[in-house]
Unconditional design. Structure first.
Length: 134
């Protein structure tokens, strides 16, 4: 349980990286468990995710703060789940940091998930991958 944090560098301008990350419809392309995400009005997002082999559908909040290049999200439920993506300039590229707070107890699995998320972000943005591609 608790707080988890991971970072990586991405060969992309901070504004370009932030624009990619802040588009709700891109969430399934970099969060491995996410199957779909659609804006639901205001700060609300309707999501479908596979969590521990179970499909979960529900609403979450998602706030992108362009001035600070920070994205925060969370969802109600028993695991007190919330997170943040922060983008900063780093040399000729960017550094992206993902932070997650949850009462879920499997820390190593959460850390692996964060590493997978960062790897997908790096791959998608650096290679100019079509986010709609499988």
């Amino acid at each position: 349980m608790g707080d988890h944090e991971r970072s990586t560098t991405v060969d992309a301008e901070p504004g370009v990286l932030f624009d990619y990350l802040s588009d709700v419809e891109n969430l399934p392309h970099y969060f491995a468990a996410m199957r779909s995400a659609e804006p639901a009005g205001g700060d609300q997002v309707h999501t479908v995710a596979d969590v521990d082999g179970t499909t979960r559908e529900g609403d979450a909040w998602f706030v992108a703060e362009r001035d600070s290049r920070t994205i925060r999200w969370g969802a109600p439920g028993p695991h007190d789940y919330s997170g943040e993506l922060a983008v900063e300039g780093s040399g000729a590229g960017s550094q992206v940091t993902v932070r997650l707070h949850t009462e879920h107890v499997d820390g190593p699995a959460i850390d692996r998930g964060l590493d997978e998320t960062l790897a997908a972000i790096k791959r998608n943005v650096e290679q100019g991958a079509d986010p709609a591609a499988p």
